[in-house]
Design a protein around this ligand. Structure first.
Ligand code: SAM
Length: 277
C-alpha cells in the first residue's frame, strides 16, 4: 500500500506558530522533503526533530518528484515543507500533489500559517470577496496581459512580491489601477518588524521611491469601485483613442483622456491601441 504525502504548513516567521499536529507529523513520517534543507533543518533542530531530509525545489522538482513518488508508492510516508507557510501556495508543491493524484498516492494536509490570508485579514480592505494573484509574471508581455485582465476586477486582490521587485510592481499597479486605488502593504508578518502600511498606490510608489524596501511583503489591493465600471466596451474606448490620435493627439495623451472619461485604465487603452494601430 502506498504511503501518504503530508503537506505540512510551517511558520512564516514566528516559530511559535508551528502547530502541535504539524510537529507530530514531522516527527512521525519516514522522511521530509524540503524546499531548502538548511532552512528546514533549523526548524527541525528548534523542535528537536531528527528526520532524513531530501530536497524538493523549483529547479529539481521533475527529478526529485519522480523519486518521491517511487518512495511513496513503495510505502514510505513523507512530509512536504517549504521555506515558510503552506506548501503548494506560490511554492513548489503543486506539482507533487498532482503527481500523487495521478499515481493514487494519498495526500493529507496539516494546515498552517499562510501569508496571503493573514495579510488580507489585517489589511483593513474588504475581505468578503478576494482573488489571490501570487507573483506577477516577470516577463513584460505576460505581466501587462495579467494586469490588463485585472483592470476591472472588483474583488480585493492579493499579490506576493520580493523586496527587490517591489518598486517596479508598485509602479505597474499604479499605471494599471490608477494612483488613487487603496493598497495595504503588509510587511514581515509574525516577525519583530511586522507592519501594515495603508495608503494609495500613488503614495506607496512615492514612499518606496525614497525608502529601500526591506523584508517580505504581501500587497493587498482594493478592487475597482462598482460605479467605475466602464460604460463603454474596451473596443469602443480604443476606437475613441485611435480617433483622437488621427486628429494629431499623441497616443499617450489620448489614452489618458479617454481613460478619465470611461474608467478603463490608461495603460490598457494605450497597449490595445498600439496593437490595433
Ligand atoms: N507558501 C508561502 C505561504 O504560504 O504564504 C508563500 C511562499 S512565496 C515563495 C514567498 C512570498 O510569500 C514572499 O515573497 C512574500 O510575498 C510572502 N511572505 C512569506 N512570508 C511572509 C511574511 N512573514 N510577511 C509577509 N509576506 C510574506
Amino acid at each position: 500500500m502506498a504511503g501518504t504525502l503530508y503537506l505540512v504548513g510551517t511558520p512564516i516567521g514566528n516559530l511559535g506558530d508551528l502547530s502541535p499536529r504539524a510537529a507530530e507529523t514531522l516527527a512521525s513520517v519516514d522522511f521530509i522533503a524540503a524546499e531548502d534543507t538548511r532552512v528546514s533543518l533549523k526548524l527541525l533542530n528548534h523542535f528537536g526533530i531528527k528526520k532524513p531530509l531530501v530536497s524538493y525545489y523549483e529547479h529539481n522538482k521533475g527529478e526529485s518528484g519522480a523519486r518521491l513518488i517511487e518512495r511513496l508508492l513503495a510505502g514510505e510516508s513523507c512530509a512536504l515543507v517549504t521555506d515558510a507557510g503552506m506548501p503548494a501556495i506560490s511554492d513548489p508543491g503543486e506539482d507533487i500533489v498532482r503527481l500523487c493524484a495521478e499515481n493514487g498516492v494519498p495526500v493529507s494536509v496539516i494546515p498552517g500559517p499562510c501569508a496571503a490570508p493573514s495579510a488580507l485579514a489585517v489589511s483593513g480592505l474588504p475581505t468578503g470577496r478576494f482573488t489571490f494573484e501570487g507573483f506577477l509574471p516577470v516577463g513584460n508581455k505576460e505581466r501587462r496581459e495579467q494586469l490588463q485582465s485585472l483592470s476591472g476586477e472588483k474583488r480585493t486582490m492579493i499579490f506576493y512580491e520580493a523586496p527587490h521587485k517591489l518598486r517596479k510592481t508598485l509602479s505597474d499597479l499604479c499605471d494599471s489601477f490608477g494612483a488613487d486605488r487603496r493598497i495595504s502593504l503588509v510587511r514581515e508578518l509574525t516577525k519583530i518588524h511586522e507592519e501594515v502600511i495603508r495608503v494609495s498606490l500613488g503614495e506607496a510608489a512615492l514612499l518606496y521611491s525614497e525608502a529601500e524596501p526591506r523584508g517580505e511583503f504581501v500587497l493587498v489591493v482594493e478592487g475597482a469601485k462598482e460605479d467605475s465600471a466602464p460604460e463603454i466596451s474596451l473596443d469602443e474606448a480604443v476606437g475613441l483613442v485611435l480617433a483622437e490620435t488621427e486628429k494629431g493627439v499623441p497616443l499617450k495623451l489620448a489614452a489618458k483622456e479617454i481613460s478619465a472619461r470611461c474608467g478603463i485604465a490608461k495603460s490598457v487603452l494605450y497597449n490595445e491601441a498600439v496593437k490595433r494601430r
